[in-house]
Design a protein around this ligand. Structure first.
Ligand code: COA
Length: 262
């Protein structure tokens, strides 16, 4: 693992609320926030994803709380924020990483399939931002949304996710404008293909992988650590004038215009 390149404990005294924080990319982001001094609430639908992640953080000397909530349910989100405040006393950083995905041709996608992904990715992000607003306003905190690059071009079998993530980008920019005056920064990261993730194993068929890699100007897939570093930067005071940015972390992939089949 790459050593931590940030000044020691640059997020000390901060409290972070991370949805999807048990596994995958946002699991890494949650661990990195803790590594840099933040106390973290890990939030997702499944305690079996959260508990091991929280234990790993606590074993490394961090402080993590596992909270079960479905981001699609506004009352559950509000309860999760309340539990976080009860345990840690404040809220400074919100990371919206909870997401749903599967490959499906547009003509085969059911209304409920489309709606489910929009409900998790887009409406879930709204539900969390809305519930966190009052506390973020008090702390002058920041929000980091995990977006994607899928919707920059037309990505086959990803209509539902592309629509949802386009909405997440819109929400990011809009909230940056509306909530900037309250001292709240709102940014997003758009990861490219990241190795060792569920997304990579489930969404990128094996024969496509090599072709996909060749289309990345930097010549490799991203690592979860790459997203962690970008997240720590955007959540830290180093980014205190960055608001409404969607930071693409993809090795230049989408610009090279060689997506699947390219
Ligand atoms: N292809 C087509 N449609 C699918 C699908 C697939 N592979 N998987 C789910 N759907 C449809 C279902 O058929 C259903 O629609 P219907 O009622 O018209 O049949 C709808 O999506 C909801 O599915 P359901 O399984 O009831 O939803 P859920 O809330 O239990 O699960 C998902 C949410 C669909 C996002 C599920 O894939 C999931 O939980 N994934 C794990 C998290 C994840 O994807 N993380 C992202 C890693 S990149």
């Amino acid at each position: 693992m790459m050593e931590n390149i940030f000044a020691e404990k640059i997020l000390a005294q901060r409290v972070a609320f991370v949805t999807g924080g048990g596994t995958g990319i946002t699991g890494g982001v949650a661990r990195a926030l803790a590594e840099n001094g933040a106390r973290v609430a890990l939030v997702s639908r499944k305690m079996e994803h959260l508990e091991p992640a929280a234990e790993r953080i606590n074993a490394l000397g961090g402080e993590a709380l596992a909270v079960v909530a479905d981001v699609r349910q506004p009352e559950e989100v509000e309860r999760a924020i309340a539990q976080t405040l009860e345990r840690f006393g404040s809220l400074d950083i919100v990371v919206n990483g909870a997401a749903g995905n599967f490959l499906c041709a547009a003509e085969e996608l059911s209304p409920n399939g489309f709606g489910t992904v929009v409900d998790i990715d887009l409406k879930g992000t709204f539900n969390v931002c809305r519930a966190a607003f009052a506390e973020l306003k008090k702390s002058g905190g920041s929000i980091l949304n995990i977006s994607a690059t899928l919707h920059y071009l037309g990505t086959p079998y990803q209509l539902h996710v592309s629509a949802a993530k386009a909405g997440v980008d819109a929400l990011t920019r809009n909230l940056a404008v509306e909530w900037g005056r309250h001292g709240i920064r709102v940014n997003a990261i758009a990861p490219g293909p990241i190795e060792d993730t569920e997304g990579m194993s489930r969404l990128v068929p094996e024969p496509v992988k090599e072709k996909l890699k060749r289309g990345i100007p930097l010549g490799r897939f991203g690592r979860i650590r790459d997203i962690e570093q970008a997240a720590i930067f955007l959540c830290s005071d180093a980014a205190s004038f960055i608001n409404g940015a969607v930071l693409v972390v993809d090795g230049g992939q989408w610009l090279s215009n060689r997506m699947v089949g390219g």
